[in-house]
Design a protein around this ligand. Sequence first.
Ligand SMILES: [Fe+2]
Ligand SMILES: [Fe+2]
Length: 146
Amino acid sequence: MLIDKNNLPLVDAEFMNNTHFEDVDLINKIYENIEIFEKNNSNENFENLKSIYEEWINHTVKHFLTEEEEMQKRGFFAYPFHKGEHDRNIEDIKAVWIDFEENRDIEALKNYIEYDLINWLVNHIRSMDTVTARFFNTGMSPCSMM
Ligand SMILES: [Fe+2]
Ligand SMILES: [Fe+2]
């Protein structure tokens, strides 16, 4: 297991926490499949890794879209910043896979998932998602509470 759900920061919106738990399940599955591919880079293992990675991309697209729709509905002030982080992350996730398909460099993929992606996710939840969920819950931004 790469990341324990219990170590994930929680936000003030249950629907967001649930999505993050599902996200972590998929990331852990990807990591398992990366370790399997490291030991045996067969076509079958490649296809398994590819299908879980695709499932994760689809889940992430939906994850981000749901947050963005809710932000727009409620007129969240930092929507463009939050969406900007989502857009850049989705581009990275897709670019990393295209690179892996071309080069089959499993260490590069592993590094991305293990360090860059996990750091991105935890930081994003601690910052953007936390402030956004608080706004959903109270209608206030952290600044207006000071
Ligand atoms: Fe999120
Ligand atoms: Fe987000």
